[in-house]
Design a protein around this ligand. Sequence first.
Ligand SMILES: Cc1cc2nc3c(=O)[nH]c(=O)nc-3n(C[C@H](O)[C@H](O)[C@H](O)COP(=O)(O)OP(=O)(O)OC[C@H]3O[C@@H](n4cnc5c(N)ncnc54)[C@H](O)[C@@H]3O)c2cc1C
Ligand SMILES: Cc1cc2nc3c(=O)[nH]c(=O)nc-3n(C[C@H](O)[C@H](O)[C@H](O)COP(=O)(O)O)c2cc1C
Length: 803
Amino acid sequence: MAVPSSKASRPMRVLIIGGGPAGLYLALLMKRANARHAVRVLERNRADDTFGWGVVFSDQTLGNLEAADPQTAREIAGAFNRWDDIDVHFRGRTIRSGGHGFCGIGRKRLLRILQERCEALGVELRYEHDVSDDEHACRDFDADIVVACDGINSRVRNKYSATFKPDVELRRCRFVWLGTHQRFPAFTFAFEKTEHGWFQAHAYQYEGETSTFIVETPEEVWQRAGLDRMSQEEGIAFCERLFARYLGGHALMSNATHLRGSAIWIRFPRVICASWTHWSERDGKSVPIVLLGDAAHSAHFSIGSGTKLALEDGIALSTALATRDGDLRTALAGFEAERSVEVLKLQNAARNSTEWFENVERYTALEAEQFAYSLLTRSQRISHENLRLRDAGYVESMEKWFASRACVEEPCPSSAPPMFTQFRLRGLTLPNRVVVSPMAQYSCIDGTPDDYYLVHMGSRAHGGAGLVFTEMVCVSDDARISLGCAGMYRDEHTRAWTRIVDYVHTRTPAKIALQLGHAGPKGSTQRGWENADEPIAPVLETEGDSQPRDRNWPLIAPSPIAYGPRNQVPRAMTREDMDRVTADFVRAARAGAECGFDWLELHCAHGYLLSAFLCPLTNRRDDAYGGSLENRCRYPLEVFRAVRDAWPAALPMSVRISAHDWAPGGNTGDDAVTIARLFKAAGADLIDVSSGQTTREAKPIYGRMYQTPFADRIRNEVGIATMAVGAIYEADHVNSIIMAGRADLCALARPHLADPYWTLHAAAQLGYADMPWPDQYLSGKSQLERNLARAALAANDKPEANG
Ligand SMILES: Cc1cc2nc3c(=O)[nH]c(=O)nc-3n(C[C@H](O)[C@H](O)[C@H](O)COP(=O)(O)OP(=O)(O)OC[C@H]3O[C@@H](n4cnc5c(N)ncnc54)[C@H](O)[C@@H]3O)c2cc1C
Ligand SMILES: Cc1cc2nc3c(=O)[nH]c(=O)nc-3n(C[C@H](O)[C@H](O)[C@H](O)COP(=O)(O)O)c2cc1C
């Protein structure tokens, strides 16, 4: 991200509104790039009037500053207070982990450094200049470009909101940014319970004598505690009492003297803008107004990245302007394209982190060790292996801690990566936490799984996963998705599945689960690799046929709503239909038990029959099975109870749900919690947490482990085991999820299509030699382990990129 000091770039007149980190840093970088640029900063406050205390940066941010302007970076680095450890104080315990590499600096100190550098480079700084009319300010300076760095409540952003389209979401917690002279040896998170709910403090020492101390709690707890009715002093005294044990007798201080009463407690505004540039015609010339820093986007303070984003925006904008000399439109388009990706990544991480702190209560049933680990990995950007790089001793002790708790049947390893620990539900013990997710193979004839299935399921069971799922096995011929789907409605199906189950049991350590389902409104469609979800095409069956034969069958659903424009309109189910389908499920479950399956799952996800009952977009019934969520759950629960009764009591039963419909008016995470609660009350042992595929209008927000937050929420709010699934493809993902208690099992689908031995390979990569391999393959194991060890050594020997 080095800024070219392009002396040749055309001089520009740059007007900057707001002298915070974004405005000042951009100003000095512009001047540094070309001394002939005229740069004016208008700041409404006096030079040393500022809110807040200290801010933190990571070492990586410092590297970016060094490349952009070494002098400023040196001064900032000189003023930094550094620390490596994070302490989490929870229920009288302190969990410490190291290697985090943070630096803290006072906000005033940072601004002073930036102001002095601006002055030295010849930036015109005008304080006590509140810009109420940007057009006037622009004309007055004859600016070529106006950059609005006027902070999170940006007036400029609001004025041109038709262009910027800001989306401002006030988050659920109230927080207050305080300071104290107490010194903290580590970045400190402290959690305290009151009769009104939990409060947390984020504290760090940013200079010799002073620390930042932010206190935060959900809005409703804040109100219940009466903080909304307290004066500023009373509110601060409340925090001093609550966190007295961390303050060593030191006071908490506010420097927001301009605010009265409880107004120092604010809710964090999450800002996203559709665009960051507005063009105005001024005196015959087109002048862009660009948003920068908090004016353009915000990232919750709990990931400590707002100032970093503001400074790095400045680097990117000055670089874009210098490299696209004079061509403002191209420069600004490039700037926005580059930065919006970075910002989105950070905002995703910040969202996870914000939600974690908003829902601390959810995690308070965890033991201190797991609570702290969940906190450290909350953004899903810091993983198990990242933590190991930071503090191998901490991760080792956590692995021992987890392994001792997870041990069900001897022999148990004294330490193992969390994914390789056992898991028990009812009378069944799984050898590890990796699951081959259900995957339709569309390769049966009349519902019978043949040798293809024996090899497919068998090789995945050899591949090391603790549990291997069948695809959705259909409870009747008209319950199938496609002509190739597997069934459990004829004696030959029972015989064929028994052969597969026996193979898995006698030749592999894996357990095998049966997923039962009914396609409902998504039935009678083509195979996955054909025109998926579209009706079956008619065929000419024999050469002499003149009329193509329609092989589609009539569909049933909660309501007569077709899945898509070309799909059949299903018939709304009558009570008789419900009884018939329930009986089909019960018969299939009994057959599954006869085959010897270890686990049964009821498929209530992805828009198939039972899922269509749960989803308000596909269930429009006005009887006892439609309307409220409780009513929509009624039929799936009836089926669940009937199947549970028919399924052996010693064996577990799970339910797969779509935890979010990703469509307006559809179910959300809140509904998923209620659905999970109802299934738990009916006797479900685990919720398999998927999402979407319930309507064609769905717009899921994809990303690594994107459905895991739903599994986390259900597990820790409802108190039921969960299985996470969806874009989990690295061993590191699985270990982080299991260790943090976000889920008990992780299901991987597509990775197991690419590599049936995914789990064995993951064990070798992690150096976990205790993983049992098939005897026949042991020489492959030792060669793979040797090669991986050699590759790791060679990688360690490589010189550093900058060395
Ligand atoms: C509690 C809390 C803790 C935080 N902790 C961290 C942290 O640890 N690490 C981190 O990186 N970030 C942190 N941040 C975020 C950080 O403070 C901001 O992201 C950062 O200050 C953004 O810089 P900025 O220049 O865009 O905006 P600001 O710093 O808000 O600066 C905007 C400036 O514009 C001026 N202004 C506004 N309107 C006008 C106007 N009309 N005319 C003239 N001037 C105007 C304001 O006076 C202000 O000086 C924290 C934020 C909060 C609230
Ligand atoms: C080819 C294929 C077939 C699938 N069939 C089923 C199925 O029968 N039942 C089911 O619940 N999910 C099914 N799924 C969804 C997967 O179980 C899983 O939830 C999804 O692929 C996300 O996991 P992944 O990111 O690991 O692939 C299928 C997925 C794929 C790729």
